[in-house]
Ligand binder design. Structure first.
Ligand SMILES: Nc1ncnc2c1ncn2[C@@H]1O[C@H](COP(=O)(O)OP(=O)(O)OP(=O)(O)O)[C@@H](O)[C@H]1O
Ligand SMILES: [Mg+2]
Length: 314
């Protein structure tokens, strides 16, 4: 696992997961997972489909038990029979299960009742305002658009003002406007909360998270600040996309001294990873002139979390 523990001065753990393993029958979904999230961190939880993100989130929120290991929220043990930790945690599950026949206020009132909140009506109105539900607040949940349903999901996760938010793909399937609104909403509400958020949208992580954890096949494979994870792509060597009018000779390119590897995308377009510290674009240009190739594109791929994600989880 690639980890940068020195990025964090760990003092006040909001989420602490120790050596968790989870089996579904004989299938191991989580393999000895440990993570620590300090108060105030916004953590992007990434991993390919089936990596174990939702499983870990369900365990942290007490919805399913682990086979081995423990989870703590704000120092309180997560246990199916414990109730105390639940007031500290808000959870937006994957697929956001809601009751379509209920009115928004009716549903949020019931959730407020689960948490035995005082001034229920006031809390419902406040969370409706925070989540931007006001214009639709008179409607039944079933009549809402996906973006507004997502706001109802966030509202039920926030109504008891928890310290920790676990959001499982909160922006999946939203149009670009709603996506932006929900992202801003999460950024706004997370100023005084700890957030663990799973997503498949890498730009989202770069935009709102200060830390990234990557899971693959049930094991954590990278953990560090967003900046440090991005810098990991430096280790991959400079990556340059080269496209020419003529078909490319992969064998010839691979044998060039400054080339580490060549990935052919189409017959005349490839991604070249450099084997040197120097910028290889001038060398590729010279090579193209010598080989009488017509360059139609030659640019350096930016160092992104997506590149690191692909490299680690391929
Ligand atoms: N209730 C279940 N019974 C059996 N297997 C399950 C169950 N829930 C999850 N799994 C399996 O556990 C593995 C991890 O699933 P999980 O839903 O945690 O992945 P994920 O990272 O959330 O994926 P996605 O990005 O698709 O949401 C998968 O192989 C999945 O099929
Ligand atoms: Mg999932």
């Amino acid at each position: 696992m690639i980890s940068f523990p020195s990025d964090y001065y760990i003092c006040n753990m909001s989420i602490s997961v120790s050596n968790i393993s989870k089996y579904y029958g004989t299938q191991k979904a989580l393999n000895n997972v440990s993570i620590e999230v300090a108060s105030g961190e916004i953590v992007g939880f990434l991993g390919p489909n089936g990596a174990g993100k939702s499983t870990l989130m369900k365990i942290i929120t007490g919805y399913i038990p682990a086979n081995l290991g423990t989870a703590n929220i704000c120092g309180m043990l997560v246990d199916a029979y414990a109730t105390k930790f639940r007031s500290k945690i808000g959870y937006l599950p994957e697929h956001n299960p809601l009751y379509p026949e209920m009115y928004i206020r009716e549903y949020l009132g019931i959730v407020a009742g689960f948490y035995r909140l005082n001034n229920k009506k006031e809390k419902v109105e406040k969370v409706i305002e925070i989540t931007g539900l006001t214009p639709e607040a008179h409607k039944k949940i079933g009549a809402l658009s996906k973006g507004y349903r997502q706001r109802v999901g966030l509202a039920q996760a926030l109504i008891h003002d928890p310290e920790v938010l676990i959001l499982d793909e909160p922006t999946s399937g939203l149009d670009p406007n709603q996506l932006n609104d929900i992202r801003n909403l999460i950024t706004g509400i997370s100023t005084n909360k700890t957030v663990l958020l799973s997503t498949h949208i890498m730009q989202e992580v770069e935009a709102i998270c200060n830390r990234v954890i990557i899971i693959n096949n049930g094991s954590i494979i990278a953990d560090g600040s967003t900046q440090r994870i991005k810098e990991m792509s430096l280790g991959l060597g400079q990556q340059v996309e080269l496209a020419t009018l003529e078909p490319l000779d992969t064998k010839y390119l691979t044998e060039l001294s400054f080339v580490a590897s060549v990935k052919l995308e189409t017959a005349n377009r490839c991604i070249i990873t450099s084997a040197t510290e120097a910028d290889i674009r001038p060398m590729l240009f010279k090579m193209a002139v010598e080989k009488k190739l017509t360059i139609i594109s030659l640019y350096e791929q930016s160092r992104t979390i997506e590149n690191v994600f692909r490299d680690l989880t391929r």
